[in-house]
Design a protein around this ligand. Structure first.
Ligand SMILES: Cc1cc2nc3c(=O)[nH]c(=O)nc-3n(C[C@H](O)[C@H](O)[C@H](O)COP(=O)(O)OP(=O)(O)OC[C@H]3O[C@@H](n4cnc5c(N)ncnc54)[C@H](O)[C@@H]3O)c2cc1C
Length: 407
C-alpha cells in the first residue's frame, strides 16, 4: 500500500478539512464529553457533517451516501480525529444497522430508514445479546411468533444494548424456530423502540456512564414488512452485522483507541524525573506501546487495502479489533501508572475523558463485538486453520427436551 495521498485523495482531504474548519463551532469538541450526554447537540453535529457529505461516504447515493471509496471514508475519519470532532452519535446505526439494512432490507425499508439514519433524524441500536447468550449468540431465546394476519409477536429480553435509551429503531435478532439447530431458527427484524410493550432500563457502568440498557419485549407487534431477510435465515443477516461491527471497531485504516502520542505527551516529563532504573523500565513499556500502536495502524491499513481492492473483509478483520484493544489497554495502564494521581483529572489529548476514565472504559472494548477470547478462537480456526473448539451443542435444537437435550 502507498501511504501517501494520491492527488485525488489529497484534494478530498483538503475539502474535508476545509468543511470541518468552516463548521468547527457547530461540530462540537470530542474532549467535551460523550455525545449521549447531550443528544440534541450530538444530533446537530452529525446532521452538519451529513450536509457536508461526510457521513456514510461509501453508502449508495440514493440512500444519502456519496458512493465514495473506503479510502475517502478513512480520510474523513482521520480528519475528524485530527480536529477532535466528536464521534458520530449514530455510530452503531451507521457501522452495523445500516449495512445490515442495505444488504438484507427491502427497497421500502431502505427508502424509509437509511437517509434518516445518516442524518441522525433517527437513532438506531443493535438488539442481539441476552442474559444467557452473548458469545454464544445463536443460543438466544427472544421469541417471535407469527399470527394469522402475518404480524409477529415478540417476547423476551435483551441486555447490554448500547444507546437503547435514546434509540428510535433497532435491529432485533429473534428465535422463530426452537426445534432446529440453533443457527437455523433465527429471524431478524427492524423494531420501533417506541412501540407498545418495549421497556428500556439503563444500566450503570464502572466508568460512571450509563450507555447500556436492558430491553424487555412484552408481546411487541412487528409487521412482516419489517423483517430483514428470510424467516429462519437470521444468522446470515446477523453475520453481516457482526462483520461490519468488527471492521468498524477494528479501525478500517485509521488509528483506533488511544494514540501513543497522547501517552508520550503526558508522560515524558514524568519519565525524566524517575530514577535511572525505573526510567529504563518505563522507556521499555513506552517502546512496546509504540510498536503496538504501529501494529494497530498497519493492521488497519491492511484491512483497508483489502476493502479498497473490492474484497470482503474476512475473519482477519477480527485481528484489527483484537490488536487495537490489547494495545489501547496497555497504553492506558502505562499512562495511569506514570501519571499517578493526576490521571483522575488529566484528560487524554485525543479522548473524551480523563486517563482514569479511559482505563475504566477500555475493558469493555475487550468484550464488545466479540470478546478477546472469541476473536482468538476465530483467528485460530479460520485464519490459522487450527483444529476447531469442541462444540457439544452443535446442531442441537434450542428447545429444552424432556429427554435431557440442550438447555
Ligand atoms: C461496551 C459494550 C457494548 C456492547 N453493546 C452491545 C450492543 O449494542 N448490542 C448487543 O446486543 N450487545 C452489546 N454488548 C454485549 C456484547 O456483545 C457481549 O457482552 C459479548 O458478546 C459477550 O457476551 P457475554 O457478556 O454474555 O459474555 P459470555 O459470552 O458469557 O462470556 C463470558 C466469558 O467467557 C469467555 N468465553 C465464552 N465463550 C468462550 C469460548 N467458546 N472460548 C473461550 N472463551 C469463551 C468470554 O471470552 C468471556 O471472557 C456490548 C458489550 C460491551 C462491553
Amino acid at each position: 500500500m502507498d501511504f501517501d495521498d494520491t492527488p485525488d485523495e489529497a484534494a478530498w482531504r483538503a475539502s474535508v478539512r476545509g468543511y470541518i474548519t468552516e463548521h468547527r463551532d457547530q461540530l462540537g469538541d470530542r474532549r467535551a464529553g460523550n455525545g449521549r450526554d447531550n443528544v440534541p447537540a450530538a444530533k446537530a453535529s452529525q446532521a452538519c457533517l451529513y450536509e457536508g457529505g461526510l457521513v456514510g461516504v461509501t453508502w449508495p447515493v440514493e440512500f444519502g451516501g456519496q458512493g465514495g471509496t473506503p479510502m475517502q471514508q478513512a480520510i474523513v475519519d482521520q480528519e475528524m480525529a485530527r480536529a477532535a470532532v466528536p464521534a458520530l452519535l449514530n455510530l452503531i446505526g451507521i457501522g452495523m444497522c445500516g449495512p445490515t439494512v442495505i444488504a438484507h432490507g427491502s427497497e421500502d425499508q431502505k427508502q424509509r430508514y437509511l437517509t434518516r439514519l445518516l442524518r441522525c433524524d433517527d437513532i438506531w441500536c443493535q438488539l442481539f445479546s441476552e442474559p444467557g447468550s452473548g458469545s454464544d449468540l445463536a443460543a438466544l431465546r427472544t421469541k417471535a411468533v407469527r399470527d394469522e394476519d402475518g404480524n409477529w409477536h415478540i417476547t423476551g429480553q435483551k441486555v447490554w444494548t448500547t444507546g437503547a435509551h435514546i434509540a428510535d429503531y433497532g435491529i432485533l435478532l429473534t428465535r422463530t424456530n426452537p426445534d432446529v439447530a440453533k443457527h437455523k431458527g433465527l429471524t431478524m427484524f427492524v423494531v420501533d423502540m417506541h412501540a407498545p410493550g418495549v421497556t428500556v432500563r439503563p444500566l450503570r457502568q464502572m466508568n460512571g456512564g450509563a450507555d447500556f440498557n436492558e430491553v424487555f419485549f412484552d408481546d411487541v407487534v412487528i409487521a412482516d414488512g419489517e423483517r430483514l431477510g428470510d424467516v429462519d435465515n437470521g444468522w446470515r443477516v446477523a453475520l453481516t452485522t457482526l462483520m461490519s461491527e468488527r471492521v468498524s471497531l477494528g479501525g478500517g485504516g485509521t488509528d483506533i483507541g488511544l494514540g501513543v502520542d497522547s501517552v508520550i505527551a503526558h508522560t515524558a516529563q514524568r519519565i525524566s524525573a524517575l530514577s535511572a532504573d525505573r526510567q529504563a523500565l518505563a522507556r521499555q513499556d513506552l517502546g512496546r506501546a509504540y510498536v503496538a500502536s504501529l501494529g494497530i495502524r498497519y493492521t488497519g491499513y491492511r484491512l483497508l487495502s483489502a476493502i479498497s481492492r473490492g474484497e470482503a473483509p474476512g475473519p482477519e478483520a477480527s485481528a484489527g479489533k483484537l490488536a487495537g484493544t490489547v494495545a489501547a489497554r496497555a497504553m492506558a495502564d502505562l499512562a495511569v501508572r506514570l501519571i499517578g494521581d493526576e490521571a483522575v483529572y488529566a484528560k487524554t489529548l485525543d479522548g473524551e475523558g480523563t486517563w482514569q476514565h479511559m482505563q475504566a472504559v477500555l475493558p469493555g472494548m475487550a468484550i464488545a463485538g466479540g470478546t478477546d477470547q472469541i476473536l482468538r478462537n476465530v483467528l485460530g480456526e479460520r485464519v490459522l486453520g487450527l483444529p476447531t473448539e469442541p462444540r457439544s451443542d452443535k446442531g442441537a435444537p434450542v428447545r429444552p427436551s424432556t429427554t435431557g437435550g440442550q438447555q
